[in-house]
Design a protein around this ligand. Structure first.
Ligand SMILES: *Cc1c(COP(=O)(O)O)cnc(C)c1O
Length: 376
């Protein structure tokens, strides 16, 4: 292989860099564990740890002290199991796809049982295994998405052998409006959860994800399940962010030019200059997961200063930034500009795209170079 084409060189030529601060993820987990103790703080690492690389994120959380993990899919659980030392608990939120109970048993994964059918499947697996099998049972307290609706909880509680062979490790439900603290659904879901959970055999209870944690200790119960807050996204809308930022997204300047009044920039001529304007083209576009709806957002120099408007439409592989007034030696070819970073919080970048931090994070692709930092 040509020396110029080794991995390090290829990375150095990437159009963009996403750097992920594993220490910040660990610090966020510790902060949430402190806030919620004596409850246990688990970690949700579904969707490749919200796009940040489960193979780095899960071991970092484990080193921080996390002992219980949640993924959405069975395949994510199988992959996660290989990344963790023995003795860690892994729950699969979406439950058991039909016929897959043996895979759960082989990989020591605990399904979140969401329906009477899934409970029957797990009961049969326990019978087959000749020993009790652990699982979580989910109750639907309002979202109408996953879990047993109230009448099925009552039904299940009335059956002598409904949960035979199942060791309930966790009874859980999920809040639908927790990022809006004064939404009446929060109280209603908590009350409904406490009432329904008390019908089932005694087991640890869990209701709160990231936002739910900040509704107060009544919502913490025995275990909390934060995801997005670990990754630095603020858990409560329109409140200061209590979490440490985790990601920085930088795009490389490919070319700069000066355009004159009347000149236009990008597809559809959506931007037209009204004064002499310095334009930097940077090598991140919507194919990198930087949403086309972010046209109209801003970027920043790595060390701050005035915000630099993104102008014209975002293309597949690039976008244009108005760098008028920035000294030329700060925006030369190859230099980075921040699309998410210390001076451009992820929630603001998400806002500019008309979406939420969750979607922005999980959209960020892997065409650019991802790097993980720890130990500072
Ligand atoms: C995704 C998910 C979480 C984590 O939610 P965040 O809002 O990211 O903290 C917790 N519980 C369930 C059931 C989920 O689906």
């Amino acid at each position: 292989m040509n020396r110029m084409e080794d991995a390090a060189s290829l990375a150095a030529w990437a159009g963009g860099w996403l750097s992920i601060d594993l220490d910040a993820i660990a610090a966020n987990w510790r902060a949430l564990q402190e806030r919620t103790a004596p409850a246990e703080c688990a970690a949700v690492v579904k969707a490749d740890a919200y796009g940040l690389g489960i193979e780095h994120v899960a071991p970092a959380l484990d080193r921080a002290g996390c002992r219980t993990f949640f993924v959405a899919h069975l395949a994510e659980g199988v992959a996660l199991r290989r990344l963790l030392p023995p003795g860690r608990t892994v729950f699969v939120l979406n439950g058991i796809p039909p016929g897959t109970a043996p895979v759960f048993v082989t990989h020591d994964l605990l399904p979140v049982l969401n329906s009477i059918g899934q409970i029957a499947e797990w009961r049969a697996a326990a019978f087959e295994a000749g020993r009790p099998l652990a699982a979580s049972v989910q109750i639907d307290t309002g979202m109408s998405r996953f879990g047993l609706p109230p009448h099925e909880v009552v039904e299940l509680a009335g059956q002598a052998h409904g949960l035979a062979g199942i060791e309930i490790r966790l009874v859980m439900s999920h809040l639908g409006c927790a990022d809006t603290p004064d939404h009446p659904a929060n109280q209603e879901q908590l009350a409904s959860f406490e009432r329904l959970a008390s019908l089932l055999p005694p087991a640890p209870r869990s209701l709160a994800a990231s936002s739910g944690i900040f509704l107060g200790s009544r919502y913490h119960l025995d275990l909390v399940r934060p995801g997005v807050a670990l990754y630095g996204v603020p858990p409560t809308a329109r409140r200061p962010n209590p979490m440490r930022p985790v990601v920085r997204l930088q795009a490389r300047v490919v070319q700069t030019r000066r355009v004159q009044p009347g000149d236009w920039v990008g597809y559809g001529a959506m931007f037209r200059a009204t004064r002499p304007t310095d334009v930097a083209t940077v090598a991140i576009g919507y194919a990198d997961g930087f949403l086309r709806a972010s046209s109209g957002g801003v970027a920043s120099l790595p060390d701050g200063g005035p915000m630099l408007p993104i102008i014209g439409r975002i293309s597949m592989d690039c976008l244009a930034i108005d760098v008028t007034g920035v000294p030329v030696d700060r925006v030369r070819e190859g230099m980075p500009l921040d699309l998410i970073g210390p001076h451009r919080p992820i929630e603001d970048a998400a806002d500019a795209a008309g979406t939420i931090g969750y979607e922005l994070l999980t959209s960020l692709g892997n065409r650019y170079h991802r790097s993980w930092h720890a130990g500072r």
